[in-house]
Design a protein. Structure first.
Length: 374
């Protein structure tokens, strides 16, 4: 293999696929990036067997061939190379990198050991506008679990129906549901790792592209621009989320509030409450009555805070304790200026919604039970 490529194109391709390079030592070749020059196209590929990425970029192919280079080392070197034309060539088990009159060499893995990347297939096939996809992933990802104790909760239940895609995530303390446009065939549902959706969202930067999705029983495929992405699906029984979203009849208190003002009050209260949270997150208290709403917190060591907010309240007086981070997470992914808080009781699930309603997005959150007096 011998190719000439501009440093900017090289760095773009390596940066796109390096997140799929395995950091585990179970199979050393998975720690590599495959560079393949064939039939006038140059591709960079990486996989950790859970997800796989391919990026195709422009280059002058002087001699076809392939090489699997150590991923982390090659990525670091690519960033340190000077601007301009870079020549990559293979001699035996070495990759030579020539630039600005200089040359360095690094050893390669056996390319025959590198796994073949899966090809798009499956009954579910369609497309979604890139801006809509990014917004949905940004909003739904906050609800997924971060640890893998129960793998199904690290996934996003993704449902496809006529004209609509629905994404749902929950860590059992909160739940997010987003809806967006979908143009495709067949109906079905997939449990996609949240990590994979975040990676696709990170790479899909061209708003003019649609994201094309194919899905089979155990894999989902995404393609957009010059990038392709494949991920294994999570196998397991996802809870019936429809049963935990309260019916409108159970809500007893509604609060309409300016989103930015609530964010600032919660951030201040979280600083005060941190010392007494005892690992449960920064607890804050919402005191709701005919007078309005107060955001409050106190700590013997850190002090106290009680701030009034200009709100519109309808319904019963309530006092609720929340994990401040869980509230801040949702407020920071809603784009509208005002949000609606709907409460069903001091210890039962409530909703956080954009002012326009729950058709596109809703966030369900459980209040925190505390043993000390409010």
């Amino acid at each position: 293999m011998k190719i000439e490529i501009d440093k900017s194109d090289l760095l773009y391709a390596v940066s796109a696929v390096e997140r799929a390079v395995s950091t585990k030592n179970t199979l050393p070749v998975l720690g590599g990036i495959m560079i393949k020059a064939q039939e006038g196209r140059l591709s960079f590929r990486a996989t950790d067997l859970e997800l796989a990425m391919e990026c195709v970029v422009n280059a002058e192919i002087l001699e076809e061939g392939e090489a699997v280079v150590p991923g982390r080392k090659f990525s670091a070197l690519s960033r340190l190379l000077p601007s301009g034309s870079i020549t990559l060539s293979t001699v035996g088990e070495l990759l030579h990198i020539s630039y600005a009159g200089s040359r360095l060499s690094i050893p390669c893995f056996e390319s025959e050991e590198f796994p073949l990347l899966p090809q798009p297939q499956g009954e579910i096939e369609g497309r979604i506008p890139t801006p809509a996809f990014r917004k949905m992933v940004r909003q739904v990802a906050i609800g997924a679990a971060a640890d893998e104790i129960r793998p199904v909760f690290t996934g996003v239940m993704t449902e496809f129906s006529t004209g609509q895609i629905t994404m749902v995530a929950t860590d059992t303390h909160r739940l997010t549901r987003c809806r967006g446009p979908w143009q495709g065939t067949a109906e079905g549902s997939l449990l996609i790792p949240v990590r994979s959706l975040l990676e696709v969202s990170r790479l899909a930067v061209n708003d003019e592209d649609d994201i094309i999705i194919h899905a089979s029983n155990n894999q989902a495929f995404f393609s957009f621009g010059n990038l392709s992405f494949a991920t294994r699906l999570i196998m397991g029984q996802y809870p019936d989320y429809h049963q935990v979203i309260p019916d409108n009849s159970v809500f007893i208190t509604d609060v309409l509030v300016e989103r930015s003002q609530l964010i600032h009050s919660l951030e201040r209260a979280a600083l005060i409450s941190g010392a007494v949270s005892r690992g449960k997150g920064n607890l804050v208290r919402l005191e709701i009555s005919e007078e309005g709403m107060f955001v409050a917190a106190e700590s013997p060591d850190e002090g106290m805070i009680r701030e009034p907010l200009a709100v519109t309240v309808s319904g019963e007086a309530l006092t609720l304790n929340y994990n401040a981070r869980y509230l801040l997470d949702v407020l920071k992914v809603i784009d509208e200026e005002r949000v609606l808080l709907r409460m069903s009781g001091a210890y039962t699930p409530g909703l956080v919604l954009p002012e326009s309603g729950e058709e596109e997005f809703l966030y369900l959150l459980l209040p925190v039970r505390v043993s000390r007096p409010s």
